[in-house]
Design a binder for this molecule. Sequence first.
Ligand code: ADP
Ligand code: MG
Length: 240
Amino acid sequence: MAALLRIDTVSKSFGGFFAVRDVDLTVEIGDIHCLIGPNGAGKSTLFKLVVGTYAPTRGAIHFRDHDVTWDPPFARVQRGMSIKMQTPSVFKALPVRQNLHIALQHHVAAADLPREEERLLDLLGLVASATRLAGELSHGQQQWLEIGMAVALRPSLLLLDEPTAGLSPEETWRTGELVKRLSAGGMTVLAVEHDMAFVRQIATAVTVLHLGAIFARGSVADIVADPRVAEIYLGTPNAA
Ligand code: ADP
Ligand code: MG
């Protein structure tokens, strides 16, 4: 397997407190890699190191064999990362289709735009909502629309920060099916997530962070079967 993203012994300190400590993590091409761990584990900090919001205190990050450690976020996006942050930031006053149009317009020839919009609407399950204002969509639909806008950039790595936050179990499941469809279409995914049902549904690889360091890694089956993980992750044995 080939590495798409390599995090090499990365640390991030805030005034002497290490939120992330000596983390080594590789995301292989084709994986749906879930980064999990209890509150305060360092997941968001690591995510921000990957997307370029923070620079590491130590260590390096390689993406598609380029050293991007010091690249700002836009340069990483140009190299093929696409980021869906936790809070949806769709254009609420514009129709759903127009949102996709805006995201697509710099990446797709004008003549192909309608077809691409249609393809994305279908992928996202938003065909029937194409002409509605994005602000009128449910929270889940807004999340899917934003995933669609991230996907419109045709990234090689899709980064999702808690894509199921605030969603109902039904919406969470549908989000998982969407991520699996994207993966089947060839996209590699790194998702920060705390919902274990969702992780079980989608993950091909799991990394567990605890107190800023790697605590465990493996397949979903490995992680779910690991009583140490259940203990730190949910505070009780056998809860994962
Ligand atoms: P998670 O996303 O896993 O809940 P975070 O990465 O948000 O964890 O936080 C990890 C630890 O680092 C926490 O103890 C948090 O308080 C601390 N932390 C996060 N961001 C900052 C910051 N900007 N300044 C100081 N401490 C921070
Ligand atoms: Mg967080």
